[in-house]
Design a protein around this ligand. Structure first.
Ligand SMILES: Nc1ncnc2c1ncn2[C@@H]1O[C@H](COP(=O)(O)OP(=O)(O)O)[C@@H](O)[C@H]1O
Ligand SMILES: [Mg+2]
Length: 400
């Protein structure tokens, strides 16, 4: 999980391919309508995906990522081209369209994807970024002249070594310089592989340093599809564990897969309830950095999804709307549940009753009072920052 957890948030924290990194940042900074799309091309694990997100974050863009190998991408891209959804910003944030691993798309199935991407590129009002692992592909070659190309090379072992050494120091990890050296050599310029094998070696120091461990990892898509179709709980758990995506990302993807599925509303509700409990655990792991709880997290997630959904109905699906928007809704829902529990305890009511019946009354009453008085009253309860934020939002619905 190192590879995901330690994804640099700022392009300047990355190593290697400096020229392309700076070039890409400038491309995004200077982008205007009519600019060519960017194409990042180079071997896996060199930081292409990381750079897109880090650059976006630094320059204030929200990334709309489309999954190039999803058959629905074409449909979704078309709707993104419609004037109504084709706004340049959401909640004041600028948007960037990102199609990662476009070569994967062609290898798997061609459904007119390339032509479509070309049209999309030409008509888009938003900056478009493509990333690909291989340049040799004939179809990628066709895209090259239409794009501003930023080439990525394998990260020099010397830089990977320095990067890991720094990490080892910062995190207080125990590993000998020889093992670190061997691990870097075996990674073959693939930073993700280096991070994964560092983690493997730390988890069980007796293991041999393996050649490029990323081959054993599952993509988020494969892991979730295995989860939704698995025959038993253990198979479901193994699939989730074999995917090194961030835990929050796993929950998001399960969330949108469930919501986009044909589950009846009763089953969907049950599954979402189960997911929200796991979501609370994930939030706690992130907050406390207790990564040892990941095993528990994976079992809990796998079991609760396995138990609450029928086999073969749900399929991997990612939403085209920026997660930041969904996240706000989802976070508020989580916070509301904890408010419900606290308020329910206080009033000897169930948390649902507290939320549905008592909270609106409380909010209505508080909205009649003076602002500073309201804050004084709220501080008398045991609500935390985010709960206070949501409560104030509820109250303000009644104000004016
Ligand atoms: N140049 C880099 N500097 C620091 N970390 C990197 C770099 N490249 C990759 N990583 C790490 O490796 C992981 C995989 O990188 P990623 O951007 O997904 O590679 P790519 O998209 O080129 O396959 C990231 O999560 C990040 O932690
Ligand atoms: Mg990538």
């Amino acid at each position: 999980m190192y590879a995901e957890r330690l994804r640099p948030k700022n392009p300047s924290m990355m190593v290697g391919n400096e020229e392309s990194r700076i070039g890409f940042l400038n491309w995004l900074k200077n982008w205007k309508k009519g600019s060519k799309p960017a194409l990042l091309v180079g071997p896996p694990g060199t930081g292409k995906t990381t750079l897109v997100y880090a650059a976006a974050e630094t320059l204030g863009f929200v990334v709309l990522e489309f999954n190039a190998s999803d058959v629905r991408t074409k449909e979704r891209l078309s709707s993104a081209l419609l004037p109504s959804t084709h706004s340049v910003s959401v909640l004041g944030e600028r948007l960037l369209v990102f199609l990662d691993e476009v070569d994967g798309l062609y290898a798997r199935q061609d459904y007119g994807g390339l032509e479509f991407i070309q049209t999309f590129i030409e008509e888009s009002n938003l900056p478009v970024v493509l990333a690909a692992n291989v340049e040799e592909d004939e179809r990628i070659r066709k895209l090259l002249p239409k794009c501003e190309v930023f080439a990525f090379k394998r990260v020099p072992p010397r830089l990977i070594y320095l990067y890991l050494q720094n990490l080892v120091k910062k995190e207080g990890l125990k590993i000998s310089p020889e093992t670190l050296q061997r691990l870097v050599e075996k990674a073959g310029g693939d930073m993700r592989a280096a991070l994964n094998s560092l983690q493997a070696v730390l988890a069980s120091p007796s293991t041999e340093v393996l050649e490029v461990t990323r081959d054993k990892m599952m993509s988020l898509r494969d892991a979730l599809n295995t989860l939704f179709n698995s025959n038993d709980r253990e198979e479901a758990r193994r699939a989730l564990e074999a995917c090194d995506a961030d835990i929050i990302e796993k929950i998001r993807a399960i969330f949108s897969s469930l919501v986009n599925s044909k589950l009846n509303s009763e089953t969907l509700l049950k599954a979402l309830e189960a997911l929200s409990a796991v979501d609370e655990l994930a939030a706690r792991i992130k907050r406390t950095q207790e990564w040892r709880q990941l095993r528990y997290f994976h079992s809990m997630l796998a079991y609760s999804i396995f138990d609450s959904t029928p086999r073969g109905v749900v399929r991997f699906s990612q939403d085209m709307y920026p997660w930041s928007v969904q996240l706000r809704i989802w976070n508020d829902a989580r916070v509301l549940r904890s408010i419900g529990r606290k308020l329910g305890n206080l009033l000897h009511a169930s948390s649902t009753e507290a939320l549905v019946i008592h909270l609106p009354y409380l909010a209505r009453l508080l909205s009649l009072l003076d602002k500073s008085e309201v804050q004084r009253i709220l501080r008398g309860f045991t609500y935390d920052e985010s709960e206070l934020r949501v409560l104030n939002k509820e109250i303000s619905r009644f104000s004016k």
